[in-house]
Structures are given as C-alpha cells and as structure tokens.
Design a binder for this molecule. Structure first.
Ligand SMILES: [Mn+2]
Length: 151
C-alpha cells in the first residue's frame, strides 16, 4: 500500500506543479467507470482545474490521438487505458501529463509523462482487491485537503 500511495502522491504533485488548467477525463460507461470518473472530477476540481468528461464504451485509438494532440491539459483515463499504455505514450503529441486510474491488466511505463496508477503494479489483484473507484477514491483522498479527506 505504501508504494501505491507514494505513486499516487507523486502523480498528484506533478499535476499540482504543472501549468495545466484543464483536465480531460475519459472514462468507461459502466458503474465502476461512472463512479471513478465522478471521484476523479472532484479531485481535479479541488486542485482548481476545469474538467471535461468523455464517456466511452471502449478506448478508440482515434479518440486517444484526438485528445492527446492538444497541449496544456491533464489527460486522465479512468477504468480504461491499462491495456494501451504504450499507445497512450506514443500518441501524446501535446506532451501532456497522463494519468491512468484503472485496475485491468497492465504493464509499467518508463515514460515520465505517464502515471499508470494501477494497484496491480504494487502487488494487488485488480480482479479481487481493487476497482477503478477504489483507485479514484484514494487519488482524491491523498490530496491531503481537509474537505477531501472527509469523504
Ligand atoms: Mn472497473
């Protein structure tokens, strides 16, 4: 848990340091995707970012390319993206900070702009021990602001 928490806090630090004022949140269209997108939206709003939600039944390459070409934003993939980590990096022409808050099978990324916040990389089972809503809840909680920690 400590390694996962430190990765969440590292990602939050990078978002806070960035000059981005907007966050695009691309999320899956079922229960876990909706719950985790709502939590992610709250977390970004507490950081003062404008947010835009994009609801998807699956992650289309055309959508990735279209969203990631615009610079100056944070791009968050919520309850999707885990299986496309390489593509998320290769499509990042806007050089945005990319967060992946997901629990499906994945691989680590060495791209400094990609924060793959998947607890499977910290030894947890994404099938049994964590949903994307869990990840998004912890992302919001570890901001450390009193309002968020009261969730
Ligand atoms: Mn899910």
């Amino acid at each position: 848990m400590a390694s996962f928490q430190s990765r969440l806090e590292l990602a939050l630090g990078r978002v806070k340091e960035s000059n981005s004022r907007k966050a695009m949140i691309l999320h899956h269209d079922e229960a876990d995707g909706l719950a985790s997108a709502a939590l992610t939206k709250l977390a970004f709003e507490k950081l003062g970012l404008d947010t835009e939600l994009v609801c998807l039944d699956k992650l289309y390459p055309e959508v990735i390319v279209s969203i990631e070409r615009t610079p100056g934003q944070i791009v968050a993939y919520v309850d999707l993206g885990s299986g496309h980590i390489d593509m998320l990096g290769k499509s990042n022409r806007g050089k945005n900070i990319i967060l992946v808050l997901d629990h499906h099978d994945t691989q680590p990324s060495s791209d400094p702009l990609i924060f793959n916040l998947n607890p499977e990389l910290d030894g947890f089972s994404g099938e049994k021990e964590a949903s994307s809503a869990t990840v998004a809840y912890l992302f919001a909680k570890f901001q450390g602001t009193p309002k968020v920690s009261a969730y």
